[in-house]
Ligand binder design. Structure first.
Ligand code: CP
Length: 309
């Protein structure tokens, strides 16, 4: 089993076979992380730097746990307490880390394309842990893996991505992953939060939440990313919640049950109510659990390519 890529920069670059190969490895690693001894020696000759220029809870911890479960040597870097604040460039920062003999960089950055830029200038495998509003490939892999686990397959399923699409890297990576696996995708939200030309990607667009929920098998709910909005795109969070918030009353009024997902962090009471996020229909914590197995699979498969080259 081998990937067609040497870096994981985005889902756009992966083939369907790549995604299924990652899923197959993740299933094996999920079994490992549920054993009493949750560790294997696969990456004990690999050193990885987690380089986070933006805040993260789930992705950073999930990558670090995945690396430790695979016995890699791990160093963590966060921009806030580094020499970046003294004016050092991204390339200088990463080249200094690499001079300490690092094999892989997992990077989150606020600029779209930052990991792609690095991959062209340095000699290490790069994993994109989220670049601006562009892609978040491991999130989309764990999301689609979780849909497959819950519903048996992704092909033919109707998946709604609801919320702030314009500022979401999760949305774009999910669109690519879902389409490569044969799902139908509808984006739902306020017109100001959906990019004008996104339908050119072959997705449907709806501004009617009820109709979208009646249509879908899975609702992947995204938060409003106020920190990325330079202009005010919504009248108020209260009004957003009134028209696009997912609540129990709305779900109970549908003629069917749907699977509820959210990549986190959740703004409870805004895009989703607690009694939906914590309900039996929600697979939000399964997504988090699957994230470790998916990241172990990605790290393992890219490390195999480093060892061969
Ligand atoms: N889903 C996600 O990327 O969460 P974090 O920002 O906490 O990593």
């Amino acid at each position: 089993m081998s990937l067609s890529v040497n870096h994981l920069l985005g889902i756009k670059d992966l083939t369907q076979t790549d995604i299924l190969t990652i899923f197959q490895m993740a299933e094996q690693f999920k079994e490992v992380i549920n054993r009493p001894i949750k560790k294997v020696p696969s990456l004990r000759d690999i050193t990885i730097a987690n380089v986070f220029f933006e805040n993260s809870t789930r992705t950073r911890i999930s990558f670090e746990l995945a690396q430790k479960r695979l016995s890699a040597d791990v160093v963590n870097f966060s921009a806030s307490n580094s020499s970046v604040s003294k004016g050092e460039t991204l390339l200088d920062t990463v080249n200094n880390i690499l001079a300490m003999k690092v094999d892989m960089i997992v990077m989150r950055h606020s600029s779209a394309g930052a990991p792609h830029f690095l991959s062209k200038h340095i000699n290490a495998a790069i994993i994109n842990a989220g670049d601006g509003t562009h892609e978040h490939p491991t999130q989309a892999l764990l999301d689609t893996f979780s849909i497959r686990e819950k519903l048996g397959e992704v092909a033919g399923k109707k998946v709604a991505i609801i919320g702030d699409i314009s500022h979401s890297r999760v949305a774009l990576s999910n669109i690519f992953a879902l389409q490569k696996l044969g799902a139908e995708v509808t984006l739902c939200g306020m017109p100001t939060l959906i990019p004008k030309f996104i339908s050119q990607l072959g997705v449907k667009v709806s501004h009617n939440l009820r109709e979208t929920l009646e249509w879908c098998d899975v609702a992947n709910v995204l938060r409003i990313q106020l920190e990325r909005q330079e202009v005010k795109n919504i009248p108020s969070l209260r009004e957003y919640s009134l028209y696009y918030g997912i609540n129990k009353e709305l779900l109970d009024s549908l003629k069917k049950e749907i699977v509820i997902m959210h990549p986190g962090p959740i703004n409870r009471g805004v895009e989703i109510d607690s009694d939906v996020a914590d309900s039996d229909h929600s697979i939000i914590l399964n997504q988090v659990e699957n994230g470790v197995a998916i990241r172990m699979a990605v790290l393992y498969l890219l490390a195999e390519k480093i060892k061969r080259n």
